[in-house]
Design a protein around this ligand. Structure first.
Ligand code: NAD
Ligand code: UD1
Length: 370
């Protein structure tokens, strides 16, 4: 039987490419729809190096109704994982209409095209940012929304739109995954995050300091009311997040209705704890300077991860040390991103089993399919 096809919008990006690996390993065939505005098609070649399967790429905009109709007509798509979107908070403040257009209008165009095609199983990339910064941690899914920037509001609005859709039409099965702080890279060193310019986020910044590309890390505030004074977040390995999509797909395909699930570890780590873990993983010292607080930053938050376990049977399995080790492996093997030749496979990388073609054939773990 051919592998069931899943349309993965934004599938060439950081989380999307790792999700393609997880989908292929679970026996699916991803069809990626992406403009490549913030990604590189070579990520899909790397997916092929890991899994032996290269996802089909449809280069199109998620707001383009005709292109969506063509994609649904050309590929027998069983379900959709929707990750296409813009995600930079500062940019969303400067260009709110651009963000509402891609994130909100894009999700609307996609849901309409799915309805026309009769495909009503959807996993949506939401974010912990929908909660805002006023809830005590751990934050459970029932906490009210309070996004504090346009990016967060687009995610919150898409969730509301999908909830209304599922109330109106019980044929839909929808899962909204609220990621906390996805970091790390695939264990192979073949796939990881490619920041556009100087990274805003902590882990890629530390990684570049360790590599000598940047002189030091600026710690954005050491006077918070936390154990060591620095900000606390729930960092979660990107492959755990990727596997969360497979679990959510199974659930959404089987149970009509809408489900919101936090994807986090349930534990917070401070900036200084992440720095220490990265020093252990890399064997390098991370130079740092304490700077002022970053405007808009919350002091501390982490997920209540119990509901994802109850409803999806998913929980994060990889710890902070592994997140740092995998980020470092990716950084060392690809200092110029995908411009570097495909690195030799890393011996001992957790999931790696080489065959004579030098690729991982460890696909289809025997899951049942959508
Ligand atoms: P990313 O930028 O690496 O991936 C997004 C992908 O969407 C890119 O490949 C980009 O080219 C594509 N894209 C953008 N606009 C498009 C459009 N109009 N049509 C088609 N494709 C388009 O980001 P990511 O970190 O992989 O994030 C994926 C999703 O997860 C996003 O929706 C983001 O908001 C959400 N999210 C990410 C994080 C995080 O920390 N990375 C946290 C919470 C939620
Ligand atoms: C940021 C986004 C959030 C998004 C998340 C994705 C903002 C305000 N929030 O969250 O919407 O969902 O990324 O992962 O942009 N830090 C430093 N020095 C640095 C970089 C970060 O000290 O150079 C600190 C921050 O102050 C924070 C922690 O590290 O305490 C994590 O920061 P970051 O990786 O940017 O993530 P968030 O702020 O949680």
């Amino acid at each position: 039987m051919p592998a069931p096809r899943i349309l993965v919008t934004g599938g060439a990006g950081f989380i999307g490419s790792h999700t393609c690996v997880a989908l292929i390993e679970a026996g699916y065939q991803p069809v990626v729809l992406d403009t490549l505005v913030n990604s590189d098609a070579r990520s899909l070649k790397r997916v092929a190096c890991i899994t032996g399967v290269e996802p089909v790429l449809v280069r199109a905009d998620v707001r383009d109704a005709a292109a969506l109709d063509r994609a649904f007509a050309a590929h027998e798509v069983r379900a959709v994982v929707h990750l296409a979107g813009l995600k930079a908070v500062g940019e969303s403040v400067a260009d709110p209409l651009g963000y509402y257009d891609v994130n909100l209008a894009g999700s609307l165009a996609l849901a309409r095209a799915m309805d026309r095609a009769g495909v009503r199983t959807l996993v949506f990339s939401s974010s912990a940012t929908v909660y805002g910064d006023s809830h005590p941690s751990p934050i459970a899914e029932a906490a009210p929304h309070g996004p504090v920037n346009p990016y967060g509001r687009t995610k919150s609005m898409v969730e509301s739109m999908l909830a209304d859709l599922s109330r109106a039409d019980p044929r839909w099965g929808i899962a909204c995954l609220r990621y906390f702080n996805p970091v790390g890279a695939h264990e192979s060193g073949l796939l990881g995050e490619l920041p556009n310019g100087p990274p805003n986020n902590l882990m890629p910044y530390i990684s570049q300091v360790a590599a000598g590309e940047r002189e030091y890390l600026v710690v954005h505030g050491a006077d918070y009311d936390t154990a060591d004074g620095t900000g606390v977040r729930d960092y979660v390995h990107v492959m755990d997040v990727a596997e969360g999509h497979v679990a959510a797909l199974h659930r959404a395909a089987r149970r009509p209705g809408i489900l919101m699930a936090n994807l986090g570890t349930g534990h917070g780590a401070s900036v200084l704890e992440v720095v220490s873990a990265f020093e252990r993983a890399s064997g390098r010292r991370i130079a740092l300077r304490i700077g002022p607080r970053r405007p808009g930053d919350a002091p501390a938050y982490w997920a209540d991860a119990r509901s994802a376990w109850r409803t999806l049977g998913w929980r994060a399995r990889r710890d902070l040390d592994q997140m740092c080790a995998d980020s470092w492996r990716w950084q060392c093997a690809n200092p110029h991103g995908f411009d570097d030749p495909v690195p030799a496979l890393v011996p001992g990388a957790a999931l790696f089993q080489n065959n004579d073609r030098g690729i991982n054939i460890h696909s289809n773990r025997g899951h049942t399919h959508v």
